[in-house]
Write a new protein. Structure first.
Length: 567
């Protein structure tokens, strides 16, 4: 919906144009009127304006001064000047500005309507081919590293919405093959001097990235993605002259480890930044990368000291641990590993997004990713299970606070059981309770949102019905509800299935009919009471809605009452 402000010191012109544009539903305009330049500036300070239709020669604040104020506040706003032949000098100055045109008053309403329609089409076209978006596309090469980094960060965090295919890789300038397996390497800077600031830290990360790419380039296609906590993810594939089938672990891993030793030496000697690396046992599919990422974090956490870099091979590490790991409780170990992966990522974005947008199925699926493995763990003292429980509990309580549902839950005995996991005999019982409370959270959130929406709609409708003679513009109503004008308009339409302007019109018609049945009420008085400045404007509005004039309606009403009294 676009906003049109009509400005003229002649009320008859303003009211006439206001009636015309307010009645043109096909234009989807929110129309405002001002009887002076000063009043127009007040409107400009209250709300955004997209089109201003104004007289150019007005007392005190003329059209040119108003134009300067418009450009200061809403620079994209289109201005249409209404002018007379004798005001050509004004018009000549005006058209030096962009997004300005003028119409001679003698050209009539048809020309004015056509000009507004053209401006609306310009605004629509501009939104569809937004110059900012086009400029961003033209400069995409500048941002390709950032896009690439965000994509792989989402990949490592198991973002289900991610597309993994050749077309997506091409769009993001990823020079790896989406159809071939990939080897993952995880690097971590062990320690940096305290004197290193933000800029210097990023310089070091970029230097390490360049070193890896440079040394790998002989035999390996690689892509290095800086992560948080001074970590880097390295994605590698052999060049076309190489093949995984030749020796899936031997030759390629030997080359990688040998080359990483050179990178480590350069990082230590030139950058004073010791770096450790963890290598995957073998290449995996892109869909398995998130799980592999967790495994490599586990390697780094298990082996890395604070000041001595190393290169950790997942295959060697697995063999070492097999000496100490018992084969019992396989299902529990698998569940622990799943939870450990989720905890390493600490990424609750799927849960947060789905509950905020009301996508219940996605919310429950994401929640079960946590609760299903939690329920499988048998050991009540399992610290991974305890951390996972506390993580979901914190998320649950955060939602209660963020959505302002404290009153609904603190009155419930259910909330007390959450504070101590020892209240449950098993983790399955704890997981079941968390799931039940999450279901309650979803339902309570929907109820509260519905109540707030209905309360807002009820307030707006009551306010309209009791203030028909006052300003009922979208801006004015939004100020009463403390909601954005566009949001209020969409909320009303989505909730009721009707436009807010339609309710205002129907309320004015109902009130007008009620007043017209009283023969002592003057037509011009009724016009004022239902929000029209003149009887002529009211008559046009009423006749368009009912097919007859107010006076004709009154006459028919009086005749009907007489017929009932004297059948």
């Amino acid at each position: 919906m676009y906003r049109l402000l009509i400005v003229d010191d002649e009320e008859i012109i303003v009211n006439g144009l206001y009636d015309i544009f307010s009645s043109m539903e096909n234009l989807d305009l929110d129309v405002y009127k001002a009887y002076s330049g000063e009043e127009a500036i007040q409107w400009l300070g209250r709300t955004r304006m997209d089109i201003v239709l104004t007289d150019i020669n007005m007392p005190e604040i003329d059209g040119l001064y108003l134009l300067e104020e418009i450009k200061k506040r809403w620079p994209w706003c289109r201005v249409i000047f209404l002018t007379g032949h004798s005001e050509f000098n004004y018009a000549y100055k005006a058209i030096q500005f962009s997004n300005v045109r003028y119409i001679l008053k003698t050209e009539g309403y048809g020309k004015i309507i056509k000009s507004v329609e053209n401006v609306i089409q310009e605004l629509v076209d501009e939104n569809q081919t937004n110059e900012l978006i086009q400029n961003a596309k033209n400069q995409i090469n500048i941002a390709q590293d950032l896009f690439c980094q965000k994509y792989f960060y989402a990949l490592l965090n198991n973002d289900r919405s991610l597309k993994i295919n050749g077309e997506e890789f091409e769009r993001l300038f990823i020079h790896l093959n989406a159809d071939e397996p990939v080897m993952l390497i995880l690097g971590e800077i062990l320690i940096l001097p305290k004197s290193v600031d933000f800029w210097e830290k990023n310089q070091i990360m970029y230097s390490i990235k360049q070193l890896i790419v440079r040394y790998f380039a002989i035999h390996i296609n690689s892509l290095v993605v800086p992560l948080k906590d001074e970590k880097l993810a390295v994605f590698v594939q052999p060049q076309k002259t190489q093949s995984y089938s030749e020796n899936p672990y031997g030759s390629m891993n030997v080359f990688l480890k040998g080359t990483l030793e050179i990178v480590q030496s350069a990082c230590r000697d030139r950058l004073q930044a010791p770096v450790s690396f963890a290598l995957a046992e073998k290449p995996c599919s892109w869909g398995e990368i998130a799980d592999k990422y967790v495994s490599l974090i586990d390697l780094l956490n298990y082996h890395v000291s604070n000041d001595m870099e190393t290169i950790i091979d997942e295959r060697d590490f697995r063999k070492q641990r097999q000496t100490f790991i018992q084969s019992s409780a396989v299902s529990s170990d698998n569940a622990t590993n799943l939870l450990q992966g989720l905890l390493y990522r600490k990424d609750l974005s799927n849960l947060q997004h789905s509950i905020e947008t009301g996508e219940e199925q996605d919310f429950y699926e994401s929640l079960k990713d946590w609760l299903d493995p939690l329920g499988e763990i048998q050991d009540k003292n399992n610290v991974i299970a305890l951390e996972a429980y506390q993580t979901i509990l914190t998320f649950f309580l955060s939602c209660i606070n963020r959505f302002q549902l404290r009153g609904r839950f603190t009155q419930s005995n259910h909330i007390n059981d959450l504070y101590h996991s020892g209240n449950y005999n098993t983790w399955k019982e704890a997981a079941r309770h968390l799931f039940q409370l999450s279901q309650m959270l979803i339902e309570v959130k929907k109820e509260e949102e519905s109540k707030r929406t209905n309360d807002t709609i009820d307030f707006v409708q009551r306010y309209i019905e009791t203030h028909l003679s006052e300003d009922l513009s979208l801006t004015s109503l939004s100020e009463k509800t403390y909601l954005n004008p566009s949001y209020l308009s969409r909320l009303y339409h989505q909730t009721t299935g009707h436009k807010l302007s339609s309710f205002i019109e129907s309320s004015r018609i109902r009130k007008a009919k009620e007043l017209l049945e009283n023969p002592n009420e003057k037509i011009y008085e009724i016009a004022k009471k239902v929000g029209y400045d003149t009887a002529a404007s009211f008559t046009r509005f009423f006749k368009k809605a009912e097919g007859i004039s107010p006076q004709e309606y009154r006459d028919l009403s009086i005749a009907e009452k007489r017929r009932i009294r004297h059948p």
